[in-house]
Design a protein around this ligand. Structure first.
Ligand SMILES: [Zn+2]
Length: 306
């Protein structure tokens, strides 16, 4: 996420908080482990370990939320390394799956797809890895104009990711999914692409369905997804019917995520996870376990939940 006016974020969050607080007693929440597949630990969160959310703070939030594994990426990559390498992380029992962020600073958001120095940086970071192990993916990256999926560096990165078996976390529209997939050696058949928000612009369920059918390893991450949950009134938030049907049709293809793109998301981290637990409780137990944990665990070789 980026570019949302903060006031809007607060209003949206207040609505979520209300719904979570007022969750009906008959909805049995999912109580298993959670895999947060879209987490940022950006500089302003920790700021040389004196920011508002040092490692101990974010780990405590994960533990309180029942989050046992995360895909971590950060602007710059030091935040992810800090989390991945900390002894506190191991003590907390949180597995960190580190991704290489493309952005050194805010300006990189709008030019990475044609900036050769970004490709150099990604290759150098991949070669170095973290002290806790290799990077497992690239992203999150953004494309606000899907045509930029054909930028020279975007093409190279998609090929590089497939060659190195790296996952890619992409905040893009449905048109860009096809373009990015076409830029891989396998034409998208072997591309481990995680679609951030499963289309924050609200691609139709039919379109999401068609893309999942076309690309066997495409995964949908569900933070901020418009139309995912419906409410018949205060306290009755559930999965919207067509989304519930899609999750049941593709139970191994969806992930949940916090998207802590601004510090304010850290403040509400526990509420976000409670929100997921509420609607996961709408699903059969095995499907909830898949979306809550097992799909992410399978992607990155972590133990499955029983
Ligand atoms: Zn994000």
């Amino acid at each position: 996420m980026k570019n949302w006016p903060l006031a809007l974020v607060f209003i949206a969050q207040a609505a979520i908080n209300f719904v979570v607080t007022a969750a009906p007693a008959w909805a049995a929440n999912y109580t298993g482990p959670l895999f947060d597949a879209h987490l940022h630990y950006n500089q302003e969160a920790w700021n040389g370990q004196t920011g508002p959310h040092p490692v101990a703070d974010v780990l405590a939030r994960m533990q309180q939320g029942g989050v046992r594994a995360i895909v971590s990426n950060s602007r710059p990559n030091d935040g992810t390394k800090l989390l991945a390498e900390s002894a506190l992380t191991r003590q907390a029992g949180v597995s960190v799956v580190p991704f290489i962020r493309l952005y050194r600073n805010r300006a990189d958001y709008d030019s990475w797809f044609r900036d050769e120095t970004i490709f150099d940086m990604v290759q150098a970071e991949f070669a170095k890895g973290t002290a806790a192990g290799p990077f497992r993916g690239i992203g999150e990256f953004h494309l606000y104009d899907s045509a930029n999926a054909n930028g020279a560096v975007a093409k190279k990165l998609m090929a590089f990711a497939e060659e190195k078996n790296l996952a890619v976390l992409a905040h893009v529209d449905d048109t860009a999914i096809d373009l990015l997939m076409a830029n891989t050696p396998s034409q998208g058949q072997k591309a481990r692409l995680i679609w951030a928000h499963t289309g924050i612009g609200g691609a139709s369920v039919a379109r999401v369905d068609a893309l999942l059918a076309r690309y066997p390893l495409l995964m949908g991450e569900l933070s901020y997804r418009p139309g995912l949950t419906c409410s018949d009134g205060p306290g009755t938030e559930r999965l919207c019917p067509e989304w519930r049907a899609l999750l049941l049709k593709y139970p191994t293809r969806f992930l949940i995520g916090s998207d802590t793109w601004v510090n304010q998301r850290w403040l509400y981290y526990g509420d976000l996870m409670q929100g997921y637990r509420a609607w996961l409780g709408d699903l059969p137990a095995d499907v909830a376990r898949n979306i809550g944990w097992n799909n992410g665990a399978r992607l990155f070789g972590l133990p499955l939940a029983p």
